[in-house]
Structures are given as structure tokens and as C-alpha cells.
Design a protein around this ligand. Structure first.
Ligand code: HEC
Ligand code: HEC
Ligand code: HEC
Ligand code: HEC
Ligand code: HEC
Ligand code: HEC
Length: 403
């Protein structure tokens, strides 16, 4: 290929389109002054904020999405002339935003890997029936007067307040009333269990060695976990509870019919099933959840040590890496010091974690929380037989979730 680059990196023209006409026109200071004074839009260049929701979202989806060429001719054209798409166009004029048969999606087509936020938004009711776009929550330039440091803004490039309920309340303002919200969420208003995104945009997308919020706004349910296999928002916080517990409360609170559940789903905490029996994609989501402060507060954390240390011996590097980060919040991690290295050879990295794992199970502690759902018997010891059975049932399907 004979390649030419106009601008390297994700620079101005990637989001604003070709700028030559804009630069030429604005050599004239009078034009600049008039535009500034009138506040009118400058028609010589694209401002994503002035595009409709679809075209605005397409600016970002060109990179933050999965799409394919419509046909062979288009592919050939691309290899000679590059992408035809320009900001302001409809991306769908040049490519199909289609994801059939790709393993980066859950069976109901919700994205499971970062970098495809566009595909996520295109399934969201707030986009489909409303005016939501990426720019509802994100801004590509930090605005003057923003009290956040540059680094705070740059981490996720969100508009002010967009980590809070405000992101949703700008359209669903009926829930700004605390009582209405508490009646809806069934959690006290100040609780993490009452924050919109914790139920509607849970951490079920993975990548960059962590989990991020799903960019498809969904409603949590136990059926989603049974039918699609995706961890539901309730059990991602209530890590110590069974799927049946969630199903019962969902029926109680929202009238959602309970799905058919097997014996394990009724008797063992959902997070333990994901960590021990799940495929590598589920295991990394569980490993991440064990380290989230809101989940640790809702679920207690002492009981997690065996599951987390076991994930630190996982065959997948990413699972081990994320599990270690969560383990650093456990008191036992002081004993391991900095010795653990998730990419060291198996023998080296396993010895100490296995010692902690076995030590935890054998060493009963008075007052340790017990219960069959946590695989801890009345003496405070790990129920190793059930633990080993679940591991022997682990889903070993190879998983590739590249970003
Ligand atoms: C990743 C996409 C992206 C890149 C790269 C980008 N912009 Fe923007 N730009 C936007 C969006 C989106 C807006 C709308 C406001 C916002 O989100 O900050 C915008 C708004 C603007 C505005 C209007 C500001 C206003 O207050 O109305 C100017 C001027 C601008 N960009 C200039 C630039 C320049 C110059 C560069 C390169 C140095 C650049 N942009 C790179 C996405 C981008
Ligand atoms: C309803 C608000 C909302 C909308 C709409 C939204 N985002 Fe986000 N986005 C967020 C929040 C909140 C985070 C931080 C998530 C977290 O803490 O993991 C985020 C994080 C991200 C990240 C960083 C992920 C990482 O690896 O840390 C990317 C990239 C991103 N969004 C892209 C997009 C794109 C592209 C669109 C449009 C297709 C979009 N977002 C629409 C709220 C939103
Ligand atoms: C030309 C490709 C391209 C375009 C267009 C683009 N992005 Fe990105 N974006 C990327 C890449 C690549 C990264 C990861 C960069 C990195 O990690 O250094 C990224 C990172 C991000 C992040 C994560 C920042 C962080 O580190 O927390 C957010 C949020 C984001 N983009 C939002 C958007 C939004 C919103 C738009 C549309 C206005 C957009 N991007 C347009 C390629 C693009
Ligand atoms: C830009 C406006 C806008 C924003 C921001 C927004 N929504 Fe929506 N949302 C809508 C519209 C419009 C609908 C469709 C309402 C209808 O069908 O009556 C909707 C529908 C929904 C639904 C119903 C889904 C269904 O299947 O019927 C849920 C749940 C939802 N939104 C949650 C949220 C959450 C949580 C947030 C914040 C992360 C949010 N919305 C942000 C506009 C928005
Ligand atoms: C972001 C974390 C989070 C999410 C998501 C969440 N909760 Fe909670 N939940 C909590 C916290 C924290 C408490 C403790 C009470 C309080 O201070 O709010 C709690 C309390 C409860 C309680 C009462 C105490 C108990 O343990 O019996 C029930 C029942 C409950 N949640 C069920 C659910 C269900 C069902 C869902 C999903 C629809 C859900 N929660 C989603 C954090 C969460
Ligand atoms: C504890 C979990 C939980 C929290 C927190 C939560 N929701 Fe919901 N939400 C649900 C469930 C479950 C449903 C579906 C059941 C139903 O229809 O009531 C739902 C349905 C919805 C709907 C569609 C039905 C309707 O009422 O129009 C919207 C919109 C919505 N939520 C918005 C929000 C907003 C906005 C927030 C934050 C201010 C929020 N939710 C916080 C669990 C939650």
C-alpha cells in the first residue's frame, strides 16, 4: 500500500473533518469577529455538538464501534483511497454497523468488550427513542471554568456531574424526587444501590485490564443471567447472595416473573459460580467486582479471599492481573507483600497464593461469617468438596475478548 497521512493520532480532523476551508475562510479577521459577536455556527467546519444524535454518535463510532465494509468494491476503494467517511456524514452510508457472529458480544448483542461503545448505544432505548448521544455525557475538550483538574477530566472525558445520577436525570427528571427514586430503587436515597448507573449501566464490559460500565442502558434481571449468561447488576453488588435471592426480590419489587433456576443458582452465591465455574470472560468480571468498594460494602469481604486467590492462579493473564488488584484490598495481601507477579511462571506465582488459599480454609476464625452460599461451614472452614466440584465443572471454552 502507498499510504499518506494528513494528521497523525486522534487529532482535530478525526472529529471535525477536513479543516482547510475553515482555515482559509478565517484568515479574514472580520469574519472571525462577526462570528464571535453573533455566536452563529461556522459552516466551514463540523462541530459534533451541533450535529443530530445519529451523526454526532457516528463521529465517535467510526473508532468506538464494530463495522464492516458493505461490499468488496468498498474494501478495494478503502485500500487505495482510505476511508470515505467524514465527520458529519452518516457512517452507515459507507459501512454496515453489524456484529453478527462476533464473540465480542453477549448472545443478546450487548457489547462485552471496550472500544465498541457505539454498538452499545445503538441498542439503548434512550438513543433509539430519545436524543441521547455520546455527547450527552462526554466532552472532547474540557471547558473553561471546570473545577476538575485536567487529569480528572481526562480520565473518561466526561462532562461535569456525568458520573452521577444527573446523567440520567437530565431526561428522566421524575426521579429527581428522592421519594420517587427510593420507591423505584428500593434502596435508601443515599445508598450506592440507588444510583441509576449501578443498576442500568453495570460493569459488564471488559477491557484495558478492568471492567467498565456497559454502554447499553438495560434493566437488571435474574433472567438476563440465566438466559444470556451476563452478570446482573444486583448480584454484581450483592456478591454474597444467590441468583434466587435476586429473583425473589425482583418479583417482590417489580413483579418480574422468576426464571427457572438450578440447584446451584438457588444455593450458592452468584459471584462464586462466576468465579469458579464461569468462562474466562465471566471470571474477569467477577475478579473486578470483588475489588469494587460499593460491592465490598454491600457484601462484606472477608469471605472472598479463597475465590480471589484462586483467580490469581487462573490460566488467563488478564484474570490473574485483575484478581491481584482486588486481592490487594484483602487484609491477607500484606502477607504476600509484593511477591506475586501475574506473569511469572506457574510454579513461582502459585506457591504463595496457594498457601494463603489453603491457610484461609484451614484456619477457622471465631466470628467468621459462614453459610453454604459462601461455601463456608459452621466451623468457619471452606467447603472444599463443593469448591472443587465447581472448579471441575468450569467452562473451559477458549475466550478471546481482544480490545
Ligand atoms: C475526539 C474528537 C475530537 C477531537 C480529536 C477534537 N475535537 Fe474539537 N470538538 C469535539 C467535540 C465533540 C466538540 C463539541 C464540544 C465538546 O464536546 O467539547 C468539539 C468542539 C470544538 C470547538 C468548539 C468549541 C466551542 O466552545 O464551541 C472547537 C473550536 C474545537 N473543537 C477545536 C478543535 C481543535 C483545534 C482540535 C485539534 C487540536 C480538536 N477540536 C480536536 C471533538 C473533538
Ligand atoms: C449516559 C452517559 C454516557 C453516554 C451516553 C456515553 N458514555 Fe461513555 N462513559 C460514561 C461513563 C459514566 C463512563 C465511565 C465508566 C466507568 O467508570 O467505567 C464512560 C466511559 C467511557 C469510555 C472509557 C472506558 C474506559 O476504558 O475507561 C469510553 C471510551 C467511552 N465512555 C466512550 C463513549 C462513546 C464513544 C459513547 C457514544 C457511543 C459514549 N461513551 C456514551 C457515560 C456515558
Ligand atoms: C480516530 C479515532 C477516534 C475517534 C474519532 C474518537 N475516538 Fe475516542 N478514543 C480513540 C482511541 C484509540 C482511544 C484510546 C486512546 C488511548 O488509550 O490513548 C480513545 C479514548 C477515548 C476515551 C477514553 C479516555 C480515557 O483515557 O479515559 C473516551 C471517553 C473517548 N475516547 C470518547 C470519544 C468520543 C466521545 C468521541 C466522539 C466525539 C471519540 N472518542 C472519538 C479513538 C477515537
Ligand atoms: C437524552 C435523554 C435521555 C437520557 C440522558 C437518558 N434517557 Fe433513558 N430514555 C430516554 C427516552 C426518550 C426513553 C424512551 C421512553 C419511552 O419509551 O417512553 C428512555 C428509556 C429508558 C428506559 C426504559 C427502557 C425500556 O425498555 O423501556 C430506561 C430503563 C432508561 N431510559 C434509563 C436511563 C438511565 C439509567 C439513564 C442514565 C444512564 C438514562 N436513561 C438517560 C431518554 C433519555
Ligand atoms: C451499587 C451496589 C448495589 C446494587 C447495584 C444493588 N444494591 Fe441492594 N444494597 C446495596 C447496599 C449498599 C445495601 C445496604 C443498604 C443501604 O445502605 O442501602 C443494599 C441493600 C439491599 C437489600 C436489603 C438488605 C439485604 O441484604 O437484604 C436488598 C434486599 C437489596 N439490596 C436487593 C437488591 C436488588 C434486588 C438489586 C438489583 C435490582 C440491588 N439490591 C442492587 C447495594 C446495591
Ligand atoms: C436497584 C436498581 C435500580 C436503580 C438504582 C434504578 N433503577 Fe431504574 N429500573 C430498575 C428496574 C429493575 C427496572 C425495570 C422494572 C420496572 O419496570 O419498574 C427499572 C426501570 C426503569 C425505567 C423504565 C420504566 C420507567 O419507570 O419508566 C426508567 C426510565 C428507569 N428505570 C430510570 C432510572 C433512573 C433515572 C434511575 C436513577 C435516578 C434509576 N432508574 C435507578 C432498577 C433500578
Amino acid at each position: 500500500m502507498d499510504t499518506h497521512v494528513a494528521e497523525l493520532g486522534i487529532a482535530c480532523e478525526a472529529c471535525h473533518g477536513p479543516g482547510e476551508a475553515h482555515v482559509d475562510a478565517n484568515r479574514d479577521p472580520r469574519r472571525r469577529y462577526d462570528l464571535h459577536a453573533s455566536g452563529a455556527a461556522d459552516g466551514t467546519v463540523v462541530n459534533p455538538a451541533l450535529l443530530d444524535k445519529e451523526r454526532a454518535t457516528h463521529v465517535c463510532t467510526r473508532c468506538h464501534g464494530v463495522h464492516r465494509f458493505k461490499n468488496h468494491t468498498d474494501r478495494e476503494r478503502w485500500s487505495e483511497h482510505g476511508f470515505r467517511y467524514r465527520p458529519g456524514d452518516l457512517l452507515t452510508d459507507t459501512v454496515d454497523i453489524d456484529q453478527d457472529g462476533l464473540d465480542k458480544f453477549w448472545p443478546d448483542d450487548v457489547v462485552r468488550v471496550t472500544g465498541r461503545e457505539g454498538n452499545g448505544l445503538f441498542k439503548t432505548p434512550c438513543y433509539l427513542k430519545g436524543e441521547m448521544s455520546c455527547l450527552t455525557c462526554h466532552e472532547s475538550h474540557q471547558k473553561p471554568g471546570d473545577p476538575r483538574t485536567r487529569a480528572e477530566w481526562a480520565d473518561d472525558q466526561l462532562k461535569p456531574l456525568m458520573r452521577t445520577d444527573h446523567a440520567c436525570l437530565q431526561c428522566h427528571d421524575e426521579y429527581s424526587d428522592e421519594e420517587t427514586l427510593a420507591a423505584h430503587s428500593h434502596h435508601p436515597p443515599g445508598s450506592s444501590g440507588s444510583r441509576c448507573m449501578n443498576c442500568h449501566m453495570p460493569y459488564t464490559t471488559t477491557g484495558l485490564l478492568k471492567a467498565i460500565r456497559s454502554h447499553t442502558v438495560t434493566e437488571p434481571s435474574a433472567a438476563e443471567t440465566v438466559e444470556v449468561g451476563r452478570p446482573n447488576a444486583c448480584n454484581l453488588c450483592h456478591l454474597d447472595r444467590t441468583l434466587a435471592w435476586t429473583a425473589e426480590h425482583m418479583e417482590d419489587w417489580y413483579g418480574t416473573p422468576q426464571p427457572q433456576l438450578d440447584e446451584d443458582d438457588r444455593s450458592i452465591a452468584a459471584s462464586i459460580l462466576w468465579a469458579l465455574r464461569g468462562d474466562a470472560g465471566l471470571r474477569v468480571i467477577a475478579a473486578n467486582a470483588f475489588g469494587r468498594d460499593s460491592a465490598r460494602e454491600a457484601s462484606g469481604s472477608e469471605w472472598m479471599t479463597p475465590a480471589i486467590t484462586f483467580l490469581m492462579t487462573d490460566p488467563y493473564h488478564a484474570v490473574r492481573y485483575v484478581a491481584e488488584r482486588s486481592f490487594r484490598k484483602q487484609p491477607e495481601s500484606a502477607r504476600l507483600g509484593l511477591a506475586y507477579d501475574c506473569v511469572a511462571p506457574f510454579e513461582t506465582r502459585s506457591r504463595e497464593t496457594l498457601e494463603i488459599f489453603e491457610g484461609w480454609g484451614a484456619r477457622a476464625r471465631p466470628g467468621r461469617r459462614s453459610g453454604p452460599e459462601l461455601l463456608i461451614d459452621e466451623d468457619g472452614q471452606l467447603m472444599l468438596d463443593v469448591f472443587n466440584r465447581l472448579v471441575s465443572e468450569r467452562d473451559l471454552t477458549p475466550v478471546t475478548l481482544n480490545e
